[in-house]
Design a protein around this ligand. Structure first.
Ligand code: PMT
Length: 403
């Protein structure tokens, strides 16, 4: 397993909230991502979910009682604190947050927090009034001031029936926060990377657009991979059905022109631009103000070229393109390296069903400035992102820290 959580030692603290049931899903997804998860339940948490449920999912230690003579924790109560790569408390109740802010250590979880030097990520879950209370806000501010990462809460329907702030973040969001926290000192720390994703939409009239099959998955995976190596990431995204990746700044655009404007603005402060978007090469010469009525006659559209964003983006940044090709993959991609002045192109075979539009995997060949090609096997799009970023890191190193 090659994701950011593989082999990571995670202490998962669970405190007494109705959102405890979601912690089971988080534990399961962490294990599926290759993490080693040791769980600590407070007494309150055990009233909502059982230690057995976590043990069944994680196949590892579940600690509930600091004084249990049979527990591994009792024998060496700071061992988990020392092993942890990160301590995650999800859900964190208002009471737990107050204890953390006060530095109390009266249960296995708070004792571990005090004893560890690993980063601490706290995901609050509570009623909106509790969250808004000045005491809670002060406690959260205190924790932030100590470098604790506060993930969420989200707004929405709460268990009380009220609407407001207080929902535990969804599992996918929590996984993003955890991966980003683990990777924040990574080899792209201090770098800013602009990534584009998705297929642009060129309006024909108020109803119809010219677009393509890009789902945005490749660009989003790249953005997450860069974030998980410590980069500041700006994702310029054409319309997709994907949720915003946590801790990535997303700039939403629709047309090639909007994408061009956003990219030209963002690259002013960037170390690298990676264009994974499928940008329309042509747009209708004009957009009809009203819906075009159908008739028995055919319809011809006059099209005009869009801005070639990659070719026209200039500055002291590493420039990476993608090329989705259905024939002569390497030759066609090589021509684009020269034509667009690229440092690297990712030639994307769209004839393989495991590769290209919409799927979670991709089969690509990396081609550098000297036109040397490295063919990669079918990988997940996140892994492809990592391989592309390995090259970006090398290119940045070649050009020195001031690039
Ligand atoms: O989004 P997914 O469903 O995950 O699919 C991923 C993908 C297939 C869209 C992606 O991996 C990919 O290959 N993207 C490039 C698509 C493409 O065909 O590009 P192109 O050959 O038309 O353009 C070459 C490069 O120039 C690309 O980096 C493109 O972003 C850029 N370009 C193109 C046209 C234009 N007007 N401006 C540009 O900057």
């Amino acid at each position: 397993m090659a994701g950011p959580l593989a082999g990571k030692h995670i202490v998962l603290g669970v405190t007494g909230s109705i959102a405890c049931y979601k912690a089971l899903d988080l534990a399961s997804k962490l294990v599926q991502a290759g993490a080693l998860v040791d769980t600590m339940l407070t007494y309150g948490a055990t009233r909502f979910v059982t230690p057995l449920a976590f043990r069944s999912l994680t196949h590892r230690v579940v600690v509930t009682d600091i004084f249990d003579p049979n527990s591994e924790f009792a024998n060496e109560h700071v061992a988990l604190a020392r092993q942890a790569d990160i301590v995650v408390i999800a859900p964190a109740t208002v009471h737990c947050i107050a204890k953390l802010a006060a530095g109390l250590a009266d249960d296995p979880l708070t004792t571990t927090v005090i004893a560890t030097s690993a980063p601490l990520l706290v995901a609050p879950a509570m009623d909106a009034n509790m969250f808004d209370h000045p005491a809670t806000q002060e406690n959260l501010a205190k924790l932030r001031g100590r470098g604790v990462i506060i993930a969420g809460p989200a707004a929405g329907r709460l268990a009380s029936g009220l609407m407001g702030m207080g929902r535990l973040l969804e599992t996918a969001q929590l996984l993003g926060h955890i991966a980003a926290t683990l990777g924040r000192q990574g080899d792209l720390a201090g770098r800013t990377i602009v990534v584009s994703a998705g297929g642009t939409q060129e309006a024909i009239d108020p109803v119809r657009v010219i677009t393509n099959h890009s789902s945005g998955k490749m660009g989003y995976a790249l953005a997450e991979a860069a974030r998980d190596r410590g980069a500041r990431v700006v994702l310029v995204a054409a319309p997709t059905g994907l949720p915003d990746p946590p801790l990535v700044r997303v700039v939403r655009v629709r047309s090639a022109q909007e994408m061009a404007e956003a990219v030209f603005q963002e690259v002013k402060h960037a170390d690298a631009l990676i264009m994974a978007a499928a940008v329309a090469d042509y747009r209708p010469e004009s957009t009809a103000e009203q819906k075009i009525k159908k008739s028995s006659a055919g319809l011809s559209l006059a099209l005009t070229r869009t801005t070639d964003i990659l070719a026209e983006a200039r500055g002291a940044f590493v420039k990476v393109g993608f090329a989705a090709e259905s024939q002569d993959l390497v030759e066609n991609a090589r021509a684009k390296v020269r034509a667009k002045g690229l440092d690297l192109i990712v030639a994307n075979d769209i004839t393989d069903p495991q590769s290209g539009f919409g799927v979670d995997t991709n089969k690509v060949t990396l081609i550098d400035r000297e036109l040397r090609a490295e063919e990669l096997p079918v990988l997940t799009k996140y892994e492809v992102g990592q391989r592309v970023l390995d090259r970006v890191r090398e290119l940045l190193a070649e050009s020195g820290p001031g690039r």
